[in-house]
Design a protein around this ligand. Sequence first.
Ligand SMILES: [Cu+2]
Length: 80
Amino acid sequence: MIKIENFAFTPAVLTIKQGTTVTFENDDDIPHLVVANDASFRSKALDTGDTYAFTFTKVGDYAYFCGLHPHMQGRITVAP
Ligand SMILES: [Cu+2]
């Protein structure tokens, strides 16, 4: 679970095993949306309490940001 709060992703850096599903939850009072730099995943706008889940089936490094606030950034490393 990655929490979105105070205009930040927590944890901002995460390593997972291939095949893991990661859930993002917006705990802020304003919408955010999660967008991969390489466009491999993209949520809809998440209102307060909304969640978005994505399963990482390919090994690699996935940088992502908030589509509404691009200074909000994170990275997920998918290991075999
Ligand atoms: Cu945002």
